[in-house]
Design a protein around this ligand. Structure first.
Ligand code: 9UX
Length: 71
């Protein structure tokens, strides 16, 4: 069963930001879709199962941004 979560990420303002965040999150085990919405500063991630929030936070950090919250 797929799980979809939306996260607020601070600092993304351009297309390169989108590529950086998408690239990192896509590498997480089980992730098969990543969608960034710049106007709202959110990232929607679809995965095979629940993603540990620490993994998501680390991936966003490595891209150079910050996870603000998770719904
Ligand atoms: Mo350009 Mo996006 O510095 O952070 S890559 S705005």
């Amino acid at each position: 069963m797929s799980v979809t979560n939306t996260y607020a990420v601070t600092g993304m303002t351009c297309a390169h930001c989108v590529q950086a965040v998408t690239g990192e999150l896509t590498q997480l085990p089980g992730v098969h879709e990543v969608s960034v919405d710049l106007p709202t500063g959110t990232v929607t991630v679809t995965s095979d199962g629940p993603l540990p929030i620490d993994e998501v936070r680390t991936a966003v950090d490595e891209a150079g941004y910050e996870l603000a919250s998770a719904d």
